[in-house]
Design a protein around this ligand. Structure first.
Ligand SMILES: *Cc1c(COP(=O)(O)O)cnc(C)c1O
Length: 456
């Protein structure tokens, strides 16, 4: 019932297949380009860093992909996750809108990220891989992969963005608890890291730099593969478990979403949440508004250009067609570390380009204010990343009050903020800064990538 606090699914009702949107897009997604040849990437190009199972999923045209039993078994540690009605927040805002949130913070790592980490560790394990490398920003992805590797008996090496390593030491401890090795990036362990340190010994690091290091480590070691926590098609595929559950839960209470909202770093929690609904919108069955929320400090969807760019900073990875701020762009040190990425998932960018998805950006202080409002009404303290979605949901609900519209607003609660208390401390002490993007810096950064555009 709509008046219930939580909508729960049983384990039996948990979806047993992931949804792949690729065959349902109106056109083929612009393919990744091999920077060495300027030609579309072949599956073989990816073999040094990814297992075949995931490469196949990356390009699959199958609409439904079965979730392996082993993965379903692990998912059951925390899935299905609740869909919760935010009654108290509605009352506080005196809005006629109904607000729901999908709570992905209930996983062992505290975010949506284990949905793909578990799947990726599984496909690597069955192909004989013994170690995974990765990057992590705020530490959520690192902890998710550490958790997943531990379950499947894989070693795990994590390059953690230095500013987060310093701001969030407890995430590092969590990764250690699950047995991973963690290094502050840029490190002296890779050519990519040494190159950045030579230019700027005090580099705070960025996701892009850390990706370069993790890819190099995997590409130069046998039996080691690389694992990416966002951006790629197979990651969004695994995350569709979120949207598929949400769909069932909304149907159970007779709701149709008018607005669906998620924060976007690389686009995986938002993509997983909305893609099953976007399928319906593309068929003309629903008229939901999809809203992607990003920080003004790293505004790729709202201020970037839709171009081919590298996924990493050094330029090792394939070129992806995406809204980008340029791969050399190093965003200011906002606390939503998971949203400090220069690009976004090609699937999300394509849909933004086609105006199926809208995007909006918010500054840091307004986002923390929304986070605290949520904690004081609904109880859960969100991750700063998640708070971007909350801010947008609140703004949407306030507009409903002005227009007297009884909209159904659903957002994805991507993670909890229990490892972000230093950031909250700063907010409560009035020390939090608002970083605007620097027009000048973005312009410079974009000029560089325009230089190597391929004709597509
Ligand atoms: C990593 C992370 C994000 C951003 O990553 P996406 O791939 O855009 O989902 C958002 N929220 C939380 C809690 C995260 O851990």
């Amino acid at each position: 019932m709509k008046s219930d606090k939580k909508v729960m699914l049983t384990e039996k009702e948990m979806p047993a297949e992931w949804y792949n949107i690729l065959p349902d897009l109106p056109e083929q997604l612009p393919p990744p380009i091999n920077p060495a040849t300027g030609k579309p990437l072949s599956p073989q190009d990816l073999q040094p860093i990814f297992p075949m199972g995931l490469i196949q999923q990356e390009v699959s045209q199958e609409r439904w992909i079965p979730i392996p039993d082993k993965v379903l078994e692990v998912y059951k540690i925390w899935r299905p996750t609740p869909l919760v009605r935010a009654h108290e927040l509605e009352k506080y805002l005196s809005t006629p809108a109904r607000i729901y949130y999908k709570n992905e913070s209930v996983s062992p790592a505290g975010s949506h990220k284990p949905n793909t980490a578990v799947a990726q560790a599984y496909y690597n394990k069955i192909e004989g891989v013994t170690r995974l490398t990765t990057e992590t920003g705020a530490g959520q992805w690192g902890s998710a992969l550490a958790f997943a590797c531990n379950i499947f008996g894989l070693k795990c090496t994590i390059y953690m963005v230095k500013v987060s390593y310093q701001q969030k030491p407890f995430r590092k401890s969590l990764m250690h608890a699950w047995g991973a090795d963690v290094y502050p990036s840029p490190t002296n362990l890779t050519n990519a890291g040494r190159k950045v340190l030579a230019e700027d010994p005090n580099s705070p690091g960025s996701l892009g730099i850390a990706i370069s290091e993790a890819v190099e480590d995997a590409a130069t070691h046998e039996d080691t593969k690389y694992s990416l926590g966002s951006v790629l098609n197979h990651v969004l595929l695994h995350q569709t478990i979120i949207g598929l559950e949400t769909k069932k839960q909304l149907e159970l209470i007779g709701e149709k979403p008018d607005v669906m909202i998620g924060c976007v770093g690389g686009g995986s929690n938002f993509g997983g949440f909305v893609l099953p609904f976007i399928a319906e919108k593309l068929k003309g069955k629903i008229d939901t508004k999809f809203l992607a929320v990003e920080p003004t400090a790293c505004p790729s969807l709202t201020k970037g250009l839709y171009l081919y760019d590298h996924g990493d900073t050094v330029g090792l990875t394939p070129l992806l067609k995406m809204y980008t701020l340029g791969h050399k762009f190093v965003p200011p040190r906002i606390h939503a570390g998971g949203l400090r990425y220069h690009g976004d998932a090609p699937i999300i960018c394509y849909l933004v380009h086609k105006k199926v998805i809208d995007a909006v950006a918010y500054p840091q202080k307004a986002v923390f204010e929304a986070a605290v409002t949520f904690a004081r009404t609904e109880g859960f303290l969100p991750a700063p990343e998640t708070a971007h979605a909350i801010k947008a949901a609140i703004d949407e609900a306030v507009r409903c009050k002005e227009t007297k519209q009884e909209k159904c607003i659903v957002f994805n609660f991507s993670g909890h903020g229990h490892f972000d208390m230093a950031a909250y401390d700063q907010y409560f002490e009035g020390k939090l800064e608002d970083f605007e993007y620097s027009e000048e810096e973005i312009k410079k950064s974009l000029e560089e990538i325009k230089k190597f555009q391929v004709n597509q």
